[in-house]
Design a binder for this molecule. Structure first.
Ligand code: SF4
Length: 370
């Protein structure tokens, strides 16, 4: 296929669009064993006239044992989505709509947004764990690592004997690849990578079913980043938990994720199996993101980035939110918002995209049609 000019694409885009919007089912391999099912979740920051919409009707599924990567530039709603889904959203964030269904291993289902605080606490501590952004800096500098891990275990396992807690602390350290002797160290005696591993060990203390990691490797060098992501995959393989891994570096996700969802201006604009999304991005924004970070391995590639900056949530563009930065924008993009759907032009299992270029294969530029 030849590359079209902007004018050609504009002419084609003014053709009547397909009447029906395809309903997007969860990927077939996930449908039977979902651990988390986020439906139409909306969040705003602030109240009344000053409120800004930070998430707009986001639906996302997480399979049991799956590692789902959530990527996008800062301020696109990744952390808001994770914190809202677990009801950890700090004020002035307000959940304005949606449901979050959590299915435990015993098959029991809970709708997290309608649980009482006590019910939620029981689910959250035992089944959901979060490693917050910059967590490694939240270790208390004046206490040894052992005390901090033992305290965390004691809060959640008050009936355990001291010996049981100490055995568990050693086991957790070994699980994340740190010799148990280092339990006696103070945080400043450990490298950044080790401190981050300690935080992961603490998050795994209660054997959660879902581990949410918010930019867990951002402050680390690439070698350490790689070691941490490899370790998370190994732990998942061994313990079977599911992971939501949040990062602005989509190239890191190819090392760890089974599936990737890309966010922009509070919405998911593309999702699909990690390898396929990485090799053949279908959305212009995803393509730009991939060209913003060097891959952790493989040949050198030219980094071109994305022109401009993410939109102000208080003053979002009309139509496709990405249109002011999109090199392929057409007339229709400025006025009509695309929906996330299986691409009519390039239908692929488990993949969805929100972009008008996919209405017709002839509209797709070569770089998005490979
Ligand atoms: Fe670009 Fe958005 Fe138009 Fe797609 S729908 S071509 S991403 S402006």
């Amino acid at each position: 296929m030849t590359t079209q000019t902007r004018q050609e694409r504009a002419e084609r885009s003014s053709r009547p669009s397909r009447p029906e919007v395809r309903v997007v089912p969860p990927p077939a391999q996930l449908a039977d064993d979902l651990v988390l099912d986020i439906r139409e979740l909306s969040v705003q920051y602030g109240y009344g006239e000053n409120a800004v919409q930070a998430l707009k009707g986001v639906s996302l599924q997480l399979g049991r044992g799956e590692i789902l990567g959530l990527a996008g530039e800062s301020g696109c709603g990744k952390s808001t989505l994770a914190y809202a889904a677990t009801r950890l959203l700090p004020p002035p964030g307000v959940i304005t709509g949606g449901e979050v269904h959590f299915r435990a291993v015993d098959g029991q289902e809970h709708e997290l947004l309608s649980l009482s605080d006590n019910e939620l606490r029981a689910v959250r501590w035992s089944d959901l764990a979060i490693v917050f952004q910059g967590a490694m800096n939240s270790l208390n500098p004046v206490y040894r690592i052992s005390r901090q891990i033992l305290d965390a275990i004691q809060v959640h396992r008050p009936t355990w004997s001291s010996k049981q807690r100490q055995d568990r602390a050693k086991e957790l350290m070994q699980l994340v690849g740190i010799p148990a002797e280092r339990l006696r160290a103070f945080p400043h005696q450990l490298s950044g990578g080790m401190r981050q591993r300690v935080m992961i060990a603490m998050a795994l203390a209660l054997e959660p079913q879902i581990l949410i990691m918010d930019e867990p490797t951002t402050a680390l060098d690439v070698v350490m980043q790689r070691q941490i992501v490899e370790q998370i995959v190994q732990l998942r393989d061994r313990m079977g938990f599911s992971v939501i891994f949040i990062t602005h570096d989509v190239s890191l996700l190819i090392e760890i994720a089974d599936r990737i969802a890309i966010m922009y201006a509070g919405e998911i604009i593309e999702q699909g199996p990690a390898e396929e999304l990485y090799r053949r991005p279908r959305h212009p924004y995803t393509r730009g993101l991939l060209k913003s970070f060097p891959p952790l391995k493989g040949p050198k590639t030219e980094l071109t980035g994305i022109p401009g900056s993410p939109p102000d949530l208080a003053n979002l563009p009309t139509g496709c939110k990405f249109h002011p930065r999109c090199p392929f924008a057409m007339e229709k993009c400025v006025t009509v918002e695309p929906v996330l759907q299986i691409s009519p032009a390039k239908p692929e299992p488990g993949r969805t995209v929100a972009c008008w270029l996919h209405e017709d294969e002839a509209l797709l530029p070569q770089e998005l049609a490979r």
